[in-house]
Ligand binder design. Structure first.
Ligand SMILES: [Zn+2]
Ligand SMILES: [Zn+2]
Length: 411
């Protein structure tokens, strides 16, 4: 990448930035880290008194990436983590589309196995031929990917943070990361004081990890009792989800997914009883056992539908650095965009996070782009035909910083 073609845009952005846009709670207690454009190094253990000083620092150094610590410290500028003396750690959740299955990945993602050399398209954690987890992945983030990420954010906030944990609307700050997803920050002192054990329990609950274990054990004839819709929280939502699937399915559908005709007939005979049980305070899931091997699939899908795929490392690691709101993401040129809960519905990351709107550039494609339509800024582009094309500067920067293309002429 020709840094001289992209750096001036970042420089201008930080020069014109309003310091107020950089205000975060307890800024002077945070460690800052900047990724230097030229040396490709992370400069850590920086501290700033306030957002005016931070703005000056950013416009002087013009970093490619800007991060701050989720923890606050007595001495954020000391290089030794112990000596910094941690005060507390904000509760932050990370939803990254890399960890979430989306149907569009079949079209725009591919993988190559480092073990056996086979390759394929779509989303997978291990080679479909030899099972090796050692894969080279090529992934693209399309409009649909970020729509899925957004719905995961809403599920996390509405079902878990608001309904189950009692966190208030004004204590939740959402940040579009500038690339593959969203960060959800909880600004509540009680939650900032949670230790890592409590955070791990939260993650387990949100991802449905123990719920999955219990249900799979139950299918193997373990004796567990589960709660139904009339209870609350996760068990109630799970019962509701299973009821929804059951009501939507007719005999024909059940046979089609592989349940035998006799078992379907038995199930239909007691359908009303099952519905009643699921609606109660304690639910009898015994019917799942009677339908055989398909029950594992049904329960796994229902659990994954109501759970949220968060990256646990971000929530548990108290030395974590996270992207600074209103900085520029150095791999996309998009603004790391802070949002309120009410903004999320109408937010379109590929439209509303675009910063550089003036001008065009001619680009040369150096890595194959997927053959898909891509809405970016205010236009639609066909990614397969962009070589040597004149495109808006924001798209040119997006593809250049992402290593898909090179800008060879600014227009
Ligand atoms: Zn393989
Ligand atoms: Zn996609």
């Amino acid at each position: 990448m020709d840094v001289s073609k992209v750096l001036p845009f970042f420089r201008l952005y930080y020069k014109n930035l309003n310091p107020e846009d950089l205000s975060i709670p307890q800024l002077d207690r945070r460690e800052f880290a900047l990724w230097d454009f030229l040396s490709n190094n992370m400069i850590r253990h920086l501290a700033f008194k306030n957002s005016v000083e931070l703005k000056e620092g950013l416009s002087k150094r013009t970093p490619r990436h800007v991060y701050y610590s989720v923890s606050t410290y007595e001495y954020p500028f000391l290089p030794d983590m112990e000596m910094k003396k941690m005060i507390s750690t904000n509760l932050v959740f990370d939803i990254d589309i890399d960890h979430v299955y989306t149907p569009c990945k079949e079209i725009h993602d591919s993988w190559l196995c480092r073990n056996c050399g086979n390759s394929g398209s779509g989303f997978t954690d291990s080679c479909k031929f030899c099972g090796s987890p050692s894969l080279d992945k090529l992934s693209f983030v399309c409009n649909e990917c970020l729509e899925v990420a957004k719905s995961e954010v809403l599920k996390l906030i509405e079902d878990f943070l608001f309904a189950d944990f009692g966190i208030k609307e004004d204590e939740v700050k959402i940040v579009f990361s500038g690339n593959r997803g969203y960060h959800v920050h909880v600004e509540n002192e009680e939650f900032s004081n949670l230790d890592s054990k409590a955070r791990n329990m939260m993650i387990d609950y949100i991802k449905g990890i123990t719920a999955r274990h219990y249900f799979l054990d139950f299918l193997k004839k373990q004796k567990y009792k589960f709660k139904g819709i009339a209870s609350s929280g996760y068990p109630s939502r799970l019962a509701e989800k299973i009821l929804e699937e059951l009501l939507a399915a007719n005999e024909h559908d059940l046979i089609k997914i592989g349940i035998s005709e006799i078992k379907v007939k038995d199930l239909m005979a007691i359908k009303e009883k099952i519905i009643q049980s699921l609606q109660g305070y304690s639910a009898d899931y015994g019917f799942l056992r009677s339908i055989g091997s398909k029950s594992k699939e049904i329960i796994t899908k229902a659990i994954s539908d109501i759970s949220v795929e968060i990256d646990e490392r971000v929530t548990v690691d108290n030395h974590r650095l996270i992207r600074m709101p209103n900085s520029i993401h150095g791999k996309t040129g998009l603004r790391v965009t802070p949002l309120g809960y009410n903004d999320l519905d109408n937010f379109d990351p590929f439209r509303d996070s675009v910063v550089f709107k003036e001008g065009y550039a001619r680009i040369k494609i150096k890595r194959k782009l997927p053959s898909i339509k891509f809405f970016f800024g205010d236009n639609e582009f066909f990614l397969g035909s962009l070589n040597e094309a004149k495109v808006p500067i924001a798209l040119a920067l997006y593809l250049t910083l992402n290593e898909y293309a090179d800008i060879y002429e600014l227009l």
